[in-house]
Write a protein that binds this ligand. Structure first.
Ligand code: ZN
Length: 306
């Protein structure tokens, strides 16, 4: 039996938040349907943030309500605070992801809070979610866990401290995010080891950006350390409006190509995944689409793991 790796598509959230154009709601839903039809098991479909800050996310409620009707799809929404968590719950999201910056500078720019204030917000969210009749998973994402374009170096001890505080606050899962793409493979290995030593299996995933072309090398380093969950964006969309210099996420198609060839089962059909790019292009005709597999085509040597 092939070992399973879970790929979470974050294009509709991380990708669209920085896009110059506004993708129409109907096309967004068709894009999410195309991703799910390709076998993508989890999709971060949007974020519940004020529309005046990120207008591309104004329709997230509608998107969540449409996405939860798609069979076998885990629908995740990003929320910055308790109010966002309540809105996500009402819309029916299966899980929420709450960003917590490790660096002070990004925390202030992105959330107008200190890291400790945001950790306290996660504790409040967990407390509220646990009182609700329906279960909704709380994922905590450690933003700028490997470096910050505002503060520069982020000491590993700080990342371990924030991850441990989030586990303590009751987050179901902790994800380490290389928000600006500064990480290198040796740093990924050392950090994953240190965080796992602190919080064990609560560390589940990596969220990687490809600013310096090290995205897949970093994913491989994570794989070697036992990480079995990765965020990625179709066509390498993505970036953070509050992290100057951040570029796109690792490309979902290229990640799936690497994983399946290595014998890890993702449940994703690579050809159908590539086909979803057409819907993305239809919704954002001016956005550049990246990806090596899309450029080269699927070679005859490609073998899916399953
Ligand atoms: Zn990101």
């Amino acid at each position: 039996m092939a070992e399973r790796v879970s790929v979470c598509e974050v294009g509709p959230r991380d990708g669209l938040q920085i896009a110059k154009g506004q993708m129409p709601t109907g096309i967004k839903v068709r894009w999410i349907e195309a991703l799910a039809a390709a076998g993508v098991p989890e999709i971060e479909v949007g974020s519940f943030v004020p529309a005046r800050l990120i207008p591309q996310m104004a329709d997230t409620g509608e998107i969540v309500r449409a996405a939860i009707r798609i069979p076998n799809l885990t629908v995740i929404a990003l929320v910055p605070n308790l109010r966002g968590a309540q809105t996500a719950y009402e819309a029916g999201a299966h899980a929420i992801s709450v960003p917590v910056s490790v660096s002070e500078g990004h925390s202030r720019a992105n959330l107008n809070r200190t890291p400790n204030e945001q950790i306290a917000e996660v504790a409040r969210i967990v407390g509220w979610v646990r009182e609700q009749p329906r279960r909704m998973k709380v994922l905590a994402g450690c933003s700028t866990a490997f470096g910050c374009s505002i503060d520069g170096v982020v000491p590993m001890a700080k990342t371990v401290h924030v991850a441990a505080a989030l586990a303590e606050a009751g987050a179901d899962e902790v994800i380490l995010a290389d928000t600006v793409g500064y990480a290198h493979p040796a740093q990924i290995k050392a950090t994953v080891r240190a965080v796992r030593a602190a919080i064990g299996s609560k560390l589940t995933g990596l969220h990687l950006h490809d600013t310096f072309g090290l995205g897949l090398a970093n994913a491989y380093a994570g794989l070697e350390e036992g990480i079995r969950k990765f965020d990625a964006a179709l066509a390498g969309l993505g970036g953070c409006p509050y992290a100057p210099g951040a570029s796109g996420n690792i490309v979902t198609e290229d990640l799936v190509y690497m994983l399946e060839n290595m014998g890890f089962e993702t449940g994703i059909d690579l050809a159908r995944l590539l086909a979803a790019r057409a819907v993305l292009h239809e919704g954002l005709p001016d956005e550049p689409l990246y990806g090596q597999v899309a450029r080269a085509g699927i070679p005859r040597t490609y073998r899916a793991a399953a």
